[in-house]
Design a protein around this ligand. Structure first.
Ligand code: C5P
Length: 235
């Protein structure tokens, strides 16, 4: 059986992959299945947590014990995550969030014509993980200046995910620092792991400088290993 070590805690997990609309029928998307995020939500609930699962375009049954908020785009995912983060003990950003979105969404289906198509102009999406992570520094500064705005609470524990193909540890370290998160779960992409597969493997980097290897195994086991690293960081 699992420990009930998340009883009384509210955890927020994002899962899946965002879709950025081009027109009413087309979007820019990615290959995230949501399996790892759903495993995180399921295992947290089994360990006693109140779970808010922000699911972006996931074709999986709702995990038992989780409150599921369905979103489509990065902007919708941001709204849902930031709202839930206000009362969260931990936020785990397992979703694949699009870095860019079309600057404008055509109200009608873009028609095929003999002419060359118009280019799709992209604009940057906000980085939700970095936005939450930056709040640590903002909160510390505010403790001095007492100028901390409302609605900008930093969750005590913030966990990011990163899929890397090369220089996994160096890239992961840099990303952890850049995003201001407490833990970064780094997946090596390839070797039949990650996207859409039942197994995963990871190295978890901590802001304190440590690293823990999670061996290849079912995504529920990887999820439990992540919670094992989160629980000691909860105040
Ligand atoms: O920079 P990269 O996309 O590799 O970072 C991945 C991590 O950042 C994931 O935890 C993802 O959920 C999060 N992210 C985010 N907002 C974005 C892009 C990524 O929160 N716009």
């Amino acid at each position: 059986g699992r420990p009930r070590d998340l009883a009384g805690r509210h955890v927020v997990v994002s899962a899946g992959g965002t879709r950025e609309a081009i027109d009413p029928v087309r979007f820019i998307g990615n290959r995230s299945s949501g399996l790892q995020g759903y495993a995180l939500a399921r295992t947290a609930a089994a360990r006693g947590a109140e779970v808010t699962l922000v699911a972006a375009n996931v074709a999986l049954p709702d995990p038992a014990g989780a409150k599921v908020v369905r979103v489509e785009s990065a902007l919708e995912l941001r709204e849902a995550v930031l709202a839930a983060a206000e009362t969260a003990d931990a936020v785990v950003m397992a979703a694949a969030v699009a870095d860019f979105r079309p600057a404008a969404r055509s109200q009608t289906k873009i028609k095929k014509s003999s002419a060359e198509p118009d280019p799709i102009h992209l604009v940057k999406n906000p980085d939700i993980l970095a936005e939450l992570g930056e709040r640590k520094r903002a909160a510390l500064a505010a403790a001095v200046s007492s100028a901390r705005p409302h609605g900008s609470r930093r969750p005590p524990v913030i966990v990011g995910f990163a899929a890397e193909t090369d220089d996994v540890l160096a890239n992961g370290r840099a990303k952890l620092a850049r995003k201001g998160c407490d833990l970064l779960v780094v997946n090596q992409v390839g070797d039949g792991l990650a996207f859409g597969t039942p197994d995963n493997a990871a190295v978890v980097l901590s802001a304190e400088g440590g690293s823990v290897e999670i061996p290849r195994g079912p995504k529920d086991d990887v999820a439990d290993a992540v919670w094992n690293l989160v629980t000691p960081l909860l105040s």
